[in-house]
Design a protein around this ligand. Structure first.
Ligand code: CIR
Length: 264
C-alpha cells in the first residue's frame, strides 16, 4: 500500500497577494518581491502537478498578509481535516476561510476551538505518529485538543519541543519517507527522532530543513548544495524551487501547500 504520509492526490495553495509585503517576519530583511514570489509559487505548483496531483490555487486573500502560507490553517489526514487555531492572532481568520474549502474535499472537517492554539507548521505527520512541536504559536492546550480530535481516527500524537527562536517545528525538519527525517542538527540533538533514520542538513544550511516529500519528489529550496547532495545520495529525486521571497517571511516549502488524499 502507498505510504499515506507522503502519497497525495490533491494540494491546496493560495497565490501571494500584494499585502504579502506586510507578512509577519522575525527579522526584517525587506519586503518580498511580488513578481519573483509569484514565479517561485508557479514553479512549485508545476512540480506538484508533475507528480499527477490536482492542485487548487486559491485567489489571494489581501486582508491576510500571510495567507499564502496555507499549511498553518489545517491538518489534512486521509480520514478528515482539522482546522487549526493559529497562535498568530493576525492569522486566525485565514483558518476560518479555509474551512469551507476543505469541506469541498472532505466529509469530516473538525475544528480546534480553543482555548489553545496550534498551527500546521508545528505538525509533522509520519507513517506511525503525529509529532507536534510546542512553539511560540502552538501551546499545550492546542496539542491536547488536536490529540482528542484525531484519536477517533486512531492517530497517536506525540508532543515535542521546537528549538528556542525557531518559528515552527517543521522549520527545522521534514519527512522524507516512512523511516527517514531530514532535520537540523539543533533539532535532532533533542532526541525527538529516536527510532527514525535522520539525514542532517549540511553545515550552515539549516534553512534547507523545510522540504516536502510529495509523491516521488522531494521539493527543497534552491541554494543549499550540501544538503541537496546528501538527499540525492540517499536516493531521492529532488526538485529545487526558488524560496528567497517566502524566506523573507520565515516561510518555506511545507508552508506553501496543504497536501492530502481524502478517503484513503
Ligand atoms: C508567519 O510568521 O506566520 C509567516 N510569516 C510564515 C509562516 C510559515 N509557515 C510555516 O512554517 N508553516
Amino acid at each position: 500500500m502507498a505510504a499515506r504520509s507522503y502519497t497525495f492526490s490533491y494540494a491546496i495553495m493560495r497565490a501571494p497577494g500584494i499585502s504579502v509585503a506586510r507578512g509577519l517576519r522575525a527579522i526584517d530583511t525587506g519586503a518580498p518581491d511580488l513578481d519573483r514570489f509569484r514565479t517561485h509559487h508557479e514553479s512549485y505548483v508545476e512540480a506538484l502537478k508533475s507528480t499527477g496531483a490536482k492542485v487548487t490555487v486559491l485567489e489571494p486573500l489581501e486582508e491576510f498578509p500571510d495567507a499564502v502560507f496555507v499549511e498553518d490553517t489545517a491538518l489534512c489526514l486521509p480520514e478528515g481535516a482539522v482546522v487549526m487555531r493559529p497562535g498568530a492572532l493576525s492569522r486566525l481568520g485565514e483558518a476560518a476561510a479555509m474551512a469551507p474549502i476543505l469541506r469541498e474535499f472532505y466529509d469530516e472537517v473538525l475544528e480546534i476551538e480553543g482555548p489553545g492554539f496550534i498551527e500546521g507548521g508545528d505538525i509533522l505527520t509520519t507513517e506511525r505518529e503525529i509529532l507536534v512541536g510546542r512553539s511560540a504559536r502552538t501551546d499545550a492546550d492546542g496539542v491536547a485538543e488536536l490529540r482528542r480530535l484525531v484519536s477517533r481516527w486512531g492517530y497517536r500524537v506525540r508532543e515535542v519541543e521546537t528549538p528556542e527562536g525557531v518559528l515552527h517545528f517543521k522549520t527545522d525538519c521534514s519527512l522524507l519517507d516512512e523511516e527517514t527525517i531530514l532535520a537540523t542538527e539543533r533539532l535532532a540533538a533533542s532526541g525527538c527522532f529516536e527510532g527514525y533514520r535522520v539525514i542532517l542538513t549540511g553545515e550552515d544550511e539549516e534553512a534547507a530543513a523545510n522540504a516536502i516529500r510529495f509523491n516521488d519528489l522531494v521539493l527543497m529550496p534552491a541554494g543549499f548544495p550540501k544538503t541537496a547532495e546528501r538527499i540525492a545520495r540517499a536516493g531521492y529525486e529532488i526538485r529545487e524551487i526558488g524560496n528567497t521571497e517566502a524566506a523573507k517571511l520565515d516561510g518555506g516549502m511545507s508552508c506553501l501547500s496543504l497536501r492530502f488524499s481524502p478517503g484513503k
